[in-house]
Structure formats: C-alpha cells, structure tokens
Ligand binder design. Structure first.
Ligand code: BES
Ligand code: ZN
Length: 967
C-alpha cells in the first residue's frame, strides 16, 4: 500500500485554473478484490470477548529501555498530567478491536491479542536514509495462543521475544505476508491468557515516498542539499515505521524516544519529558506518554527546525502553540501561529471539551503528499498550506492557510479524541472537519464570506462529482485497507461537509452543536460510527436524524428538483440528477428528504423545514418572484422553467433582498450545470448571466467567470462559438476591469483583492485587449529590474504570467521559467508552475511537460503543471499524447501514489470534447492494469462523454444565440 494520496489538496488549486464544476479529481481506487476472508468466523467471537479489555498492570513495572539505562540521569522537564478519567489508561476506555462482526469481509487483524501501550525508540540515520527501531508493546492475550499477528511493512525484523508470566519466549517462525502487510510470530508453546510484553528490534528505510517515517530534502543557505525526517501514517503507514496493530480502533498509549544528532530538534505528539546526552554528538529525546489514540495519528520529526511560539489565554490549562519550520522560514508561520490559539479556544468552547494536550505544534514539510495531516499535537503541512508572507505571497494562500489550520485543529477532537471505528466512516472525519473548519474561519474572519465561498467551491465540487455515475455513496464499505485511498475525494470531503451543513441548518446550528458535544463526551478516547453521531443528534433534537440523513449518506447521487408552473400551482418533482442526463428507471428510485427552502414560504407548506419526503409536491404560485433552496442550504439542483428564471433574474437586477449572495451564486451554479447536462438550453444560462450586470461580489464573479469560461474552453474546437463566447465574456467583465484596475490600494478589503484577480484572469483568457496589453507592459517592467517587483502584485502575478504566456511569448516563457527556478518560496514556485502550462508553441509545451517530471519539480507538485497544461486548449491534446508516451515513467514514479497517476489520466482529458478520445483512451488502457486508478479513469471517460454530448447538442443553438445577440 502506498503513501497517502494527495487527497483533497488537488481540489483546492483547481479553482484557480478550472471551472470548479466540470472537474472533479478523486483519489484512485485500488480495488483489490477481497477474497481474503481468513478473519471471518472466529474473529467475530473474539471481538465480543475483548470489548472491554483491561490494562495490564504489568506494563507499569516494565524495565526502562536499554538506551535510558545506559546513560546519565535524564534532564527532567515539567511533566504534564491528564485529569478526569485518565486518557493514558486504556483500562478506563472501551477500545478495541475491530468489530468485523458488522462486516465479515473486512480485512482486519485477529483480536486474540491486543496492544495497550507502545514504548518506542527510533534512531534515524539521515546520511544513510535508514533507521533502527526498538519497540516494547504491552499486550493482553485474551485466549491462549501460539501466534501473534500484527502489521509491518518494509521493516526488517532482527530480534523478537515475548514475555509472559515473567518468562521470555522467542518465536520459532516469523512470517511476513506482503500483500496484507502483516507479520505473524509463531511460538512453540501456548502463550497463556493475560498480560504480555512483545519486544522487537528492527530496521527500516527512510524513504523518499512521503509515507511512513520518510526523509524530505531542502537546500541550506549555501545551497547544499540537506534532509529532515518526518512521519505520515494515515491511513495505513504507521506499519512502515513500527510493528503495530495499525487499525483505527486499536487505540493505545505511546511513549516515544528519538535518538538524534545533538544539533537537531526532535518533535513528537507530546512535549519532551527529558533529554539524555548519549555521546557528544548524539542525544536521546524522550517524550511524555500520549493519551490513548490510534496509530495513524502518531507522529515524530527530526531536523534543523526553528520555531515561533505563543499560548492560549482563555483556556484553564494554557496550551503552548508553535510553528516549526526549516531555518530561515519561521517568520512566515506568523499568520498560522496567530490564529492557532483562537481556533483552539473556539473549538474548546463549541465542543464543550478543552483541547486535551499541553501543546500543539505545526510543522512545515517541503515534501508532503497531502495538504496537511492532523497528528495529535504535531500537525504537519505541505509548506504552502502553512507558511504565508504578507509581503510576497498571493493573498489566496492566506485563506488556504486559515482553512487548513482550522480543519486540522478540528480533527484534534473530531478524529483524534473520538475516532472512526473503521475507514467506512472516514467521511465523518473529513466531512465534519471541513464543515466545522469553515465555521471557525467564518468566526475569525467574517469579512471573508467564507460560507458563500463554501457554496461556490466545496458544495459544487461535491455535487459535481455526485452527478456522475462513477460516484459513490458517502458511506461506503471499506473491506480491504488497500481500498481506503479511493474515498479521500470530493464525496467524503465536500459532499460530506455539504450534507452536514444542510443537517445543521435543518436542526439549527445550536442544536446541532449541542448534539456534537454529547457525541464527543460520550465517545471521548474511544471509537464511534456514523450511527453513533446520528444517535447523539437525535437524542439532543428529539428528531429522527437517521431517517433524514440516510438518503444523503447511504445512497449515491443527488436529486434534481424539476419545477413546473400550471393552473396556479407550482409543482416540484424530484429525480436523480446525472450530468449525462440519461437516468434509468432503476437508478431513479430514491426519494430524498429534501428541505425545499422555498422563499417566501408558501402558506400551504406547514412544516417549518419544508421537507419534501415524497416524489412531488404542489403549492400555490406565490405572487412575484420566489426561490427554492434559500441560502443554497440543500444539496440538490433546482431546474426552474425559463419564465421563473426570468423573474428571479429581474429581482437580481433590481438588487432585491429576496436573492442573497449564496442564492445568486447558487443560481448560476445550478443553471450552468443544467445547461451542460442538457436539462436546459445553454442559451438560458447566457440569458441569466445578463441579469448580473450590477454584480460586485467576489464569489458570484468567480462562478460567472468560470462557467462562461468553461463554455469557451469546452467549445474550443468550434471557432465560431469559441470566439463568440469570448466576445460575450469580454463584454461581461469590461465594467469590472475598468473599475478594479491592476493596483492593490493600501488597506483594501480581502474580497475586492480576490475579485480583481478573478476579473483580470477572465478578461485575459477572453483576450480583452486592454488587459492583455497591460499584462504585457507590467510583465516587461517586472522582469527588467527587480526594483519593479511591486508592478506585479503577488496576488495578480500568476494571472499576468498566464496572460503573457498564452499570447505566445517565448521570451516571456524563459523569464517565467527563470522565476520558477529562482523563487525562494514554495508558493512562488507554485504560481509559476500553474502558469507555465499556458504556453502556446509545441516545443515550449514539450519543455513544460518535461519539466513536470524533472528533478526541478517535487513529485508532489506535478498536478500544478498538469492543471495549466490541461486548461490550455493548445496543450491538452499534446499532454494526453505525452501521458501515453511517458506512461511507464509516470506509472513507476507514482506507483505508490495512485491519486497522482489518476490525475495524470484525468487532467488532460477533463476539458476535451473530442468523442473519438473515448475509444482511444479505452484502447490505450485495454492491456494495462488500471485497478488502482479505475475510478479516475471512469470519471475521465464520463467527462468526455458529457463534454462531447454538450458540444454536439448545442453547436447550432449556441451559434444562433450568439449571432442573435451580436457576439
Ligand atoms: N487527514 C487528512 C490528510 C490525509 C488525507 C491523510 C488523505 C492521508 C490521506 C487531513 O485532515 C486533510 O483532510 N487534509 C486535506 C487538507 C484540508 C484543508 C482539506 C488534504 O490534505 O487535502
Ligand atoms: Zn481532514
């Protein structure tokens, strides 16, 4: 099993390149058919026995490590102790183990032996890229047994012994199962029931695969390449760092020690308890014991770190907060540091439980596959998701940092304190953290309109993916851990967060949060399921939450509400929505519970939540304009008749209060999607757009610009339509281009700054003359002299790069490339990579493709390059050819990061409308093993189908509309 997928982080950047809706990259789908059922049967029985296993008193008397014994007395630091029920005492918590009873196909470890405490010493060698480990695991043997089976991967076991009843035994055989990442120790005598200690010495590899305990490289001030070491364990890579029961329900406590060069900093989940000098150049850093927790949340790191620090002020026990970075970068952590105590205090309050650890560190890691990881007390980040420089960073990274920090801190409760019982419930972790992270950002920065951004970004991503046949239900059984990767996608994150938002509005946010407090209290330091959450919310609200939610989390897809007006009645009818607009009767059997949100509320609907629980419903036509899905709270598309759209359009034009910010954005999103799927004519969408003449809001403009731009992009091969739409687009943005200009006035509000970029990017892509000329002028000044740096504000730089490159300038290309190579900061590299794909000449396109897999681009960053190359009509076809020609290289390079490989397939095809590609793609993959990225492949093919059908269907109607409207 490979490292974690880049997961969701892809998405967060796509909106700067693509329309957020036509494009949904998901993680890959390693669907190993699970004929593996050796654990069914007796395992179910065992799991009953161990429900409440007891903590071994034996473990408290165990000998200290050899390291500790051998050296001078530790330098003691103040120790932190937990109060209330002791979270470090597994006997007070009903953990363990995987109740495979609920699903006999789950591939899980046997539960005859369970761990309660790990004492772990790791000695990394940052020169040889290896480490040695020594672990003592306190176990409970629930039934006499000759075998002990646990997870390991890429570890070389050197010695093993088990101590039972004061006697030590060595295994007669040690068997590794490579497919299941397990090692089984077999003893020649029965190990008797009760407490035991398993002791293992082993070696591991400090790989560059961004999984397990791995190395990450950086250049020091003199330009020498150096390395740091860091862990990434979710979902199943703790087993690459130490032998363990690597399942979320196998909670245990940990005492970790790192033996490292004296000059380096060692970090872990808990604060340092003591440091012992081993030799002049080596020290052992011992960390305090953790609370009871899952293996995937254990973390440590070692390197030349520096930090900045603050503490909470409102919590009874102050929490020390630090941002750690490589040398010279710590000041860029200032923004993340400033918000950390505020987020901790906010969550401590709304979750009704204080953050339980004495410290919370954030660490920026240059090589990082995902966006960030919520390790308890030591959160790790991709550099661009944590560091931000007010002077040199594109402003959008600031919101990105806030969202990421809030999301990961939310997991400290939701995920870390209460953990999903098994990966089936992953959506609960990720969907909830996404929702509550947004709640926190909105609390801290109300001026950012974060919830409207949520409607435009997350919700559209979730709905967009769920409108494909190749989607999946939110709650999806995960049998084999090999399948986990496929669900780190827009369904778990974005649809998950969207249905939680819908539910929280249905119950009211106050009642919802009271239910969350109840859930957290009841399951703290334990594991829970989706049903446990529904129970807590139902108890709190006295409403059957499960009934409402089952249609949203257990069924694939989302509904479309078809609205008609006849005989004085509005009738609304729900069906499954598919972007291919070809739903079959057997796919259309679900009746969702839909909160209609009709506004103004019709008198004949008495339910305050207006919940539609049947196929259809009618009410009297209200006087004047009315809306469905007020605040865009419900997760569905509304298909109004053109006359109704017109009425709403007029209300928008008049600036009526009826249609708020999210409503205006939601309407554009819905009608654009419905015109793409063919539920309504694309001309209806263009008609609607004309009602937004007075629009000034950033989120609405993001949608308008992207969705109109999407038409130009998908119809790129039809010269008439492409040109006509670009003309329409130029007209649309012209007023705002003049209004906003290229300068960023001192003290300007955040949303206006963001808006400027959306407008100029849209204008540039549409060939707006004044914009193109100004981009060229400013770019020339920018490269002529470093003193002109401010001529291209960091928040507009990527757009300017993109415009000059799309105009075909070779010289400009050399400059942007130089900027990329020389950029001292990762966020500056990212904006260059995103822009480089817009080059026009075939030889430059080839150069950018080669760059994507060169030493200069970290493997984690390939998708930035691919995103540009795929949005650019001139390079998307050549990039698909390039992917085919380089398939073996790409497949080898990303064999352990299948979501990247999936992206390599999906990106270049995503905006193409060439139906002949469908056959070509199928033929190309016919003789290849696609199971690890099958979902991405299916989605790419479905996308081609949708795009090509759109073009075929609308070619005539669109050109007629454009001509009739003088475009
Ligand atoms: N738990 C995830 C990180 C993760 C994802 C680990 C997939 C292993 C596999 C983390 O909480 C997360 O969701 N990170 C996001 C960023 C976030 C701001 C949405 C990510 O990495 O994309
Ligand atoms: Zn998360």
């Amino acid at each position: 099993m490979g490292p974690p997928p880049v997961a969701f982080f892809f998405f967060l950047f796509l909106i700067f390149i693509f329309s957020p809706f036509c494009f949904n990259v998901t993680s890959s789908s390693p669907t190993h058919s699970s004929s593996f059922s050796q654990f069914s049967g007796d395992q179910e029985d065992a799991s009953v026995i161990v429900e409440n296993f007891t903590y071994s008193p034996y473990s408290q008397n165990r000998k200290t490590h050899q390291h500790q014994q051998a050296f001078a007395a530790p330098i003691s630091l103040p120790q932190f102790t937990f109060n209330s029920t002791d979270p470090t005492d597994p006997s007070t918590h009903s953990t363990m183990c995987n109740k495979a009873g609920s699903n006999p196909n789950r591939v899980v470890l046997p539960t005859n032996v369970t761990p309660s405490h790990y004492t772990l010493t790791i000695t990394p060698d940052l020169n040889e890229f290896t480490f040695t480990g020594y672990v003592e695991i306190d176990l409970t043997i629930h039934e006499a047994t000759k075998t002990v089976k646990l997870n390991t991967k890429d570890l070389t076991i050197k010695t093993t012994s088990i101590e039972v009843d004061g006697k030590s035994y060595e295994p007669v055989s040690t068997d590794h199962d490579e497919h299941h990442d397990t090692t089984t120790f077999t003893f020649d005598t029965d190990l008797s029931k009760g407490a035991a200690i398993l002791r293992i010495r082993y070696d591991g590899i400090l790989s560059d695969k961004m999984a397990g305990f791995y190395r990450s490289s950086y250049k020091d001030a003199e330009g020498n390449t150096k390395y740091m070491g860091v862990t990434q364990f979710e979902a199943t890579d703790a087993r690459r760092a130490f032998p363990c029961w690597d399942e979320p329900a196998a909670k245990a406590t940990y005492t970790i020690s790192l033996v490292v060069p004296t000059e380096l900093v060692a970090l872990s989940n808990m604060p340092v308890s003591s440091v012992t000098q081993v030799e002049p150049e080596q020290k052992t850093v011992n960390f305090e014991k953790t609370p009871i927790m899952s293996t995937y949340l254990v973390a440590w790191a070692v390197g030349e770190f520096e930090y900045i620090e603050t503490t909470t002020t409102k919590l009874e026990k102050p929490v020390t907060c630090r941002v750690y970075t490589l040398p010279g970068l710590k000041e860029q952590g200032r923004f993340a540091l400033e918000i950390t105590p505020k987020v901790l205090e906010y969550f401590s309050e709304i979750f009704g439980t204080a953050y339980p650890l004495p410290k919370l560190d954030h660490l920026a890691v240059p090589d990082f596959d995902a966006g960030a990881m919520e390790n308890w007390g030591l959160v790790t980040y991709r550099t661009v998701a944590l560091l931000f420089d007010e002077k040199t960073s594109d402003l959008r990274f600031k919101e990105q940092v806030a969202v990421t920090v809030a999301h990961e801190i939310a997991h400290q409760w939701f995920g870390n304190l209460v953990t999903m019982e098994w990966w089936d419930h992953l959506w609960l972790n990720e969907g909830f953290a996404t929702w509550v992270g947004t709640l926190a950002v909105d609390h801290l920065f109300p001026e950012w309109d974060t919830w409207s951004t949520f409607v435009v970004d997350d919700m559209q991503r979730g709905i967009g993916l769920d409108s494909l046949r190749s989607s999946h239900p939110i709650e999806v059984p995960v049998n084999d851990p090999h399948e986990i990767h496929q669900i780190f996608d827009a369904i778990s994150y974005s649809k998950g967060a969207s249905v939680i938002r819908m539910l929280s509005n249905w119950l009211t946010v106050d009642v919802f949060l009271a239910g969350i407090r109840r859930y957290l209290k009841k399951h703290e330091y334990e594991n829970a399921t989706t049903d446990d959450l529904w129970n807590a919310l139902s108890e709190e609200s006295k409403i059957d939450v499960r009934e409402f939610m089952n249609t949203w989390t257990r069924v694939i897809g989302i509904p479309i509400l078809n609205v008609t007006e006849t005989d004085g009645l509005v009738t609304v009818e729900q069906h499954r929505f598919l972007s291919t607009n070809d739903v079959k009767a057997e796919e259309d059997e679900t009746i969702w519970w839909v909160p209609l949100g009709v506004h103004p509320k019709p008198a004949s609907i008495v339910d305050p939540n207006q919940t539609l629980k049947s196929r259809s419903l009618s009410f009297e036509i209200p006087e004047g304009a009315y809306l469905f899905n007020k605040h865009y709270s419900g997760v569905f598309r509304t298909n109004y008749p053109p006359s109704t759209i017109k009425r709403i359009g007029k209300a928008i034009l008049e600036g009526s209060d009826l249609v708020g910010l999210s409503d205006r954005a939601g309407l554009v999103a819905d009608i654009a999607s419905l015109s793409k799927s063919g539920h309504t004519a694309t001309s209806n969408f263009l008609d609607l757009v004309q009602y937004y003449k007075n629009e000034e809001a950033y989120v609405v403009w993001e949608l308008l610009a992207n969705r109109v731009g999407e038409i130009a992009s998908i119809f790129a091969d039809d010269e008439r339509i492409n040109q006509g739409i670009k003309h329409f687009q130029r007209n649309l943005v012209d007023r705002m281009v003049s209004k906003l200009g290229w300068e960023f006035p001192e003290g300007e509000d955040y949303l206006t700054s963001r808006l400027r970029n959306v407008i100029l990017r849209s204008a540039g892509r549409a060939g707006h003359e004044a914009t193109v000329a100004e981009a060229k002028r400013r770019f020339a000044l920018f490269v002529s002299d470093p003193a002109h740096d401010s001529i291209l504000h960091p928040s507009i730089r990527q757009t300017a790069f993109e415009i000059v490159l799309s105009q075909g300038g070779e010289e400009e290309f050399r400059h942007v490339l130089k900027y990329f190579h020389a950029a001292p900061k990762q966020d500056q590299q990212v904006i260059a990579l995103l822009a480089l794909g817009f080059v026009q000449q075939p030889e430059l396109i080839a150069e950018v493709q080669a760059l994507a897999i060169s030493e200069s681009v970290r493997p984690q960053d390939i998708f930035y390059v691919l995103a540009g190359l795929s949005a650019n009509p001139a390079s998307r076809r050549p990039t698909w050819e390039w992917v085919k020609a380089n398939w073996t290289t790409l497949a080898n390079r990303y064999k352990s990061s299948m979501s990247m490989l999936g992206a390599c397939v999906k990106y270049p095809l995503s905006q193409s409308s060439d139906a002949s590609l469908i056959k070509e793609v199928k033929e190309f993959f016919a003789d290849k093993d696609t199971k690890d990225f099958q979902r991405a492949l299916d989605q790419a093919l479905e996308g081609l189908d949708i795009n090509s059908a759109w073009v075929a269907r609308e070619q005539q109607g669109l050109s007629e509309w454009l001509s009739a409207n003088n475009y």
